[in-house]
Design a protein around this ligand. Structure first.
Ligand code: SAH
Length: 342
């Protein structure tokens, strides 16, 4: 059976040709799947019964079902635990901002990267998500909340550049004018720093925002917290970032989790500023979220303020990420496979 929701419109047209169906049927099916979030062929009422039966025999419409849903009493952030067709569980978070609704989607079941401060990889890696499984997180959340999602961040569980082809397919489908038509400018993709993946992404020349999980100003600290740094160090990573900006003219966003006593001194700030000098970039500080299996603590407000001061003095654009959904464990690094929030 073919996963029909992962097919592009052009591929669907080829499928229709193979079934001796008119090409415009592909557009109708695409619209049902991607605009209306249909999860059965029976819903596609402008198709003949016969065609619907034939489609049923040849294709699966993979979707996800809501296993658990938690709504923050503070800010209406919604965290979903979704069950996939094979029983695996993934998480997504919907946040409301002034400019609209943003969904944070997962790209893999589990994660291989093993960042020490992150909960996502604690249970290891299970499998990649297909394009349709990443899309379904958006479609199901939208339908359930009765809203239109306008922004996407690929910052849930998983390393998107480790699932490159499926993620590229997802991006193409979610931004398709015949689907949800979400602008690339409203999409962020976050990576822990897979350098070849950054170059592959650069080739695509997409207008999305690339976020780099940097989290340290030097290799000594970064290697202690992020195993990926032993494969591609900060110098190689920042070179890839400079090349990326040159090729795409897009500003890079550096994520920096502030961990008490690990990477949050003013000396770290000065070193970071030195390394990022002259780059078209933005630094996003995230007070690290405590993960119960790890003993990292978030930096104090005064430490963060001092860190910001140094960056700003050096002309680096910096913000602190607002914490949303703190009562439902919805924050970065707290999403995990196979476990409902407490
Ligand atoms: N694998 C990708 C995307 C998923 S993580 C990446 O590494 O970028 C999304 C962001 O949350 C990353 O910047 C990640 O480093 C950060 N993060 C993970 N655990 C965290 C924690 N406990 N506190 C704060 N941020 C965390």
């Amino acid at each position: 059976m073919t996963d029909i929701k992962s097919l592009t419109l052009d591929e669907l047209k080829e499928e229709m040709a193979a079934l001796n169906e008119k090409s415009f049927k592909a557009g109708q099916i695409f619209s049902w799947l991607h605009r209306h979030g249909a999860d059965s062929f029976d819903e596609m009422t402008n198709l003949s019964k016969n065609l619907r039966n034939n489609l049923q025999k040849k294709y699966d419409i993979y979707t996800c079902t809501i296993e658990k849903k938690l709504v923050s009493v503070y800010d209406n952030t919604v965290k979903y635990l979704f069950r996939l067709h094979d029983g695996e569980l993934i998480e997504s978070v919907v946040m409301q901002y002034k400019y609209g609704y943003t969904i944070c989607v997962s790209s893999q079941v589990g994660c291989k990267m093993g960042c020490r401060f992150c909960a996502s990889g604690i249970a290891g890696f299970v499998r990649h998500l297909s394009a349709s499984e990443i899309l379904s997180q958006v479609y199901v959340a939208q339908k359930d909340l009765g809203i239109r999602i306008s922004h996407i961040v690929m910052m849930g569980v998983g390393e998107p550049l480790d699932n490159f082809d499926n993620v590229m397919r997802f991006l193409s489908l979610i931004s398709d004018v015949n689907g949800l038509n979400i602008s690339m400018r409203n999409i962020s993709l976050s990576t822990c720093g897979l350098v070849p993946g950054i170059y592959n992404l650069m080739e695509k020349k997409l207008q999305l925002t690339l976020s780099i999980s940097l989290h340290a100003p030097n290799d000594e600290i970064r290697s202690k917290t992020m195993p990926v740094n032993d494969r591609w160090n900060i110098e190689e990573l920042l070179k890839a970032c400079r090349d990326y900006t040159k090729a795409t003219s897009r500003r890079i966003s550096f994520e920096y989790a502030m961990i008490s006593g690990v990477n949050d001194s003013v000396a770290c700030a000065a070193e970071l500023a030195g390394r990022l000098k002259g780059m078209l970039c933005h630094v996003n500080l995230i007070p690290v979220n405590a993960v119960k299996e790890r003993d990292y603590q978030k930096s104090s407000d005064s430490t963060i303020a001092a860190f910001i001061k140094v960056l700003e003095k050096n002309g680096i654009n910096v913000t602190v990420r607002r914490t949303l959904g703190s009562d439902i464990n919805a924050s970065c690094g707290q999403l995990r496979r196979g476990e409902g929030p407490k």
